[in-house]
Design a protein around this ligand. Structure first.
Ligand code: BEZ
Length: 256
């Protein structure tokens, strides 16, 4: 995945919305007691724990060592492990794979879907939400233009995110043996924590891929210039509102 080291304290303090919004995705998962469920990209484990409350046997995986260490510390009774979403295996076939706010970090969706398909029982469900086409579009545009202005020749090549349309993602799922039973793309303007520092904090936390290789001074110039450029569109009454767009899908592994 694009980012293997996360500041988990900052993540839990200032970006709790990542799993708070994900709670409504649990309604689509509808976990049942006794089911075997994988939380793919579990982060610090908050939604994994909610799944466990249903009585399902849940296992959380994440590519980040620091996230898994924090998940284990938060919920020692739940099983967590470091694993790559593009290359994982499970011991016994699963009833469901759940994933919230992670798949946009992986630019090889075919590899992920292949692993998910192999992990599920026939008839098993894949329930996922992540950034969809146009997600954080104004933020991406601001990053690309500021980077071009400082002489970066191909800033798009630095873009760490995968934000597909419903059509694009449904085709990938169908090609690998899934039936898509639900898919939706929707705007979800997302207030950022931190008041006037919210956008700078967000870019520092999540957009590091665009900024790798820059000196500290240039990096800080780019981050501040991006926030300035976005102010008129995304700053209201002392709060930053990020232009999130989500894609949600439910796909069932074919039984034949
Ligand atoms: C998202 O959840 O949509 C997202 C989070 C961080 C970076 C990019 C997108």
């Amino acid at each position: 995945m694009a980012q293997n080291y996360w500041n988990t304290a900052l993540y839990e303090q200032q970006h709790a919305f990542v799993w708070q919004y994900g709670e409504s995705l649990l309604e689509l998962l509808a976990p049942k007691a006794g089911e075997r469920i994988l939380d793919l990209g579990c982060g610090t484990g908050q939604l994994t724990e909610k799944i466990a409350e249903s009585g399902a046997f849940v296992h959380g995986i994440d590519s980040s060592l620091s996230m898994i260490a924090k998940a284990k510390a938060n919920y020692p009774q739940i099983s967590f492990a470091v694993a790559d979403a593009r290359n994982f295996q499970v011991e016994q076939p699963l009833d469901a794979v759940f994933s919230n706010a992670v798949l946009h970090w992986i630019k090889q969706p075919d590899a992920v879907i292949n692993c998910v398909e192999k992990a599920l029982k026939p008839g098993g469900r894949f329930v996922a939400e992540f950034g969809g086409k146009g997600n954080v579009g104004a933020i991406v545009q601001a990053l690309l233009s500021v980077l071009s202005e400082i002489g970066c020749e191909e800033p798009e090549a630095l873009n760490p995110w995968y934000f597909p349309s419903i059509g694009e993602y449904a085709v990938l799922l169908e090609k690998q043996g899934f039936e898509v039973t639900y898919a939706v793309l929707f705007d979800r303007p997302t207030p950022l924590e931190g008041g006037s520092a919210g956008m700078v904090n967000w870019v520092e936390m999540f957009a590091g891929g665009f900024l790798s290789g820059l000196s500290d001074d240039v990096r800080s110039h780019v981050i501040n210039a991006v926030a300035e450029r976005l102010r008129s569109a995304l700053y209201r009454d002392g709060n930053w509102i990020a232009d999130y767009r989500r894609i949600r899908v439910v796909a069932i592994k074919n039984s034949y």
